[in-house]
Design a protein around this ligand. Structure first.
Ligand code: IFM
Length: 444
């Protein structure tokens, strides 16, 4: 048996748009995902988050399920459009739901970890250019300030952004996430403004002298060369720059990677969104790094790809319902690499989990494939800790099945099954298995 440190934080994670519903409650405004999901062809079967899991009304039941599960910490995100539904309008009522949620969590002894931005931008801000407009940085600071003033004494763990790579590149270069744009130059500007707003909010948090910790969550995906050929190795390095170094370097080294600056300026023109002093702000010291890990990418050189001359290839049939290869060993290598190349700060796995096509049979969901996935990733995390790695906690994605963005409700990541007709929750076998891991703090 492998034991985890006594102080290890076991948790689960969710995000506002994916579970809350309550789209018009207490003055909530519209988000870019409400708008995007109305456009035909963008989201599977044109589904949306209007009701989602109805967590907005069912949160006491959900917190009860968290409590029975035994988690020490729950990671959720705030919905920006609940607080600032229209330009120039602050909606104090928008805070009420989170007050009630925190009451419930506190009553059960569950520590909240809050993400400030998990992709549900108010549409009034999108109409002003969204993350392409540098002014958004000030709006983000105003929004975060309200959260810190209201909840700074109750929430001690803050995450500025969730997966800025997705918001920037899936949303603005590849067009598969809201707002659905396909302009690489825009995506680069967006990535910079997301990082800048992160740094500004870290500065704000420090200036308020609140007693807690603040960090950022990145989705990191090791880029593994498909062969030993130097062409494939170089291609993998470029995709590592795209997915990982473009975010890790400015946060921990105070500069963008030069090879990527060269590639991007050659392809898309001068990077004049980068102003003097920005990198100093982005590199402001943080307290921890949140790592979202799902899979690695096996990369080969490919001249058909216009930006990086590199393409991920399918190298395994052992995949989840998302088609993502299952590679627990890469989680270990990723954590080692963060430690050796970037930081010895506390790390948290802020998301890890898997979608599988679960079915209810005789009232049970036998998701052995998910149990295997989690087991193998927990073992990889344990190996890192055993070797002295500074990993402090692990949040399984996700507490319950939810709105999986462009895939709508067709992909189930939860350890609790949600029947979208009745909204009934049924713990899967993986929930019971995780319950036991948390209770014993051990894995075999
Ligand atoms: O559902 C998402 C989550 O919102 C962000 N990280 C990846 C998850 C699975 O795709």
């Amino acid at each position: 048996m492998k034991s985890f440190p006594e102080t290890f934080i076991w948790g689960t994670a969710t995000a506002s748009y994916q579970i809350e519903g309550g789209a018009h409650e207490e003055g909530r405004g519209e988000s870019i995902w409400d708008r995007f999901s109305r456009q035909p062809g963008k989201v599977y079967q044109q589904e949306n988050g209007k009701i989602a899991c109805d967590h907005y009304h069912r949160y006491p039941e959900d917190v009860q399920l968290m409590s029975e599960l035994g988690i020490k910490s729950y990671r959720f995100s705030f919905a920006w459009p609940r607080l600032f539904p229209e330009e120039g309008k602050f909606n104090p009522e928008g805070l009420n739901f989170y007050k009630r949620l925190l009451d419930e969590l506190e009553a059960k002894g569950i520590t909240p970890t809050a993400t400030i931005y998990h992709w549900d931008l108010p549409t009034w801000l999108q109409d002003k250019g969204g993350w392409t407009n540098r002014e958004i940085v000030d709006h983000f600071v105003t929004y975060a300030k309200v959260l810190f003033e209201t909840f700074g004494d109750r929430i001690k763990n803050w995450i500025t952004h969730n997966e800025p790579w997705c918001a920037a590149f899936l949303g603005h270069a590849l067009g598969v996430h809201a707002p659905g744009h396909t302009d690489w130059n825009e995506a680069l500007i967006v990535s910079h403004h997301l990082l800048l707003s992160h740094g500004k909010v870290v500065e704000l948090y420090r200036s308020m002298e609140l007693n807690g910790q603040i960090g950022i969550t990145l989705n990191l995906s090791p880029a593994v060369p498909a062969t030993n050929d130097s062409m494939d190795k170089d291609a993998a390095w470029r995709l590592d720059g795209f997915a990982n170094r473009w975010f890790l370097d400015p946060i921990f080294k105070g500069k963008y990677p030069e090879d990527m600056m060269d590639t991007y300026s050659r392809k898309f023109g001068p990077l004049n969104f980068l102003k003097e002093g920005d990198l100093g702000v982005i590199g402001k010291p943080i307290d921890f790094l949140g790592v979202n890990y799902y899979s690695h990418n096996s990369i080969s050189h490919n001249d058909d790809d216009p930006v990086f001359q590199a393409k991920p290839i399918n190298e395994t049939e052992n995949v989840t319902d998302m088609g993502w290869g299952i590679h627990p060993e890469s989680l270990y290598h990723l954590l080692k690499r963060i430690q050796s190349d970037y930081t010895n700060l506390p790390l948290y796995i802020t998301e890890n989990g898997a979608a599988f096509p679960d079915e209810v049979e005789n009232g049970k969901i036998e998701d052995n494939d998910r149990i295997r996935y989690l087991h193998d990733h927990f073992v990889a995390a344990h190996r890192f800790i055993e070797e002295g790695g500074n990993l402090k906690g692990y949040y399984v994605w996700s507490l319950m099945d939810n709105f999986e963005w462009a895939f709508g409700y067709s992909k189930r990541f939860g350890i609790i099954y949600v029947d979208y007709e009745t909204l009934e929750r049924t713990p899967k076998e993986s929930y019971k298995w995780y319950q036991n891991i948390i209770k014993t703090n051990q894995i075999d």
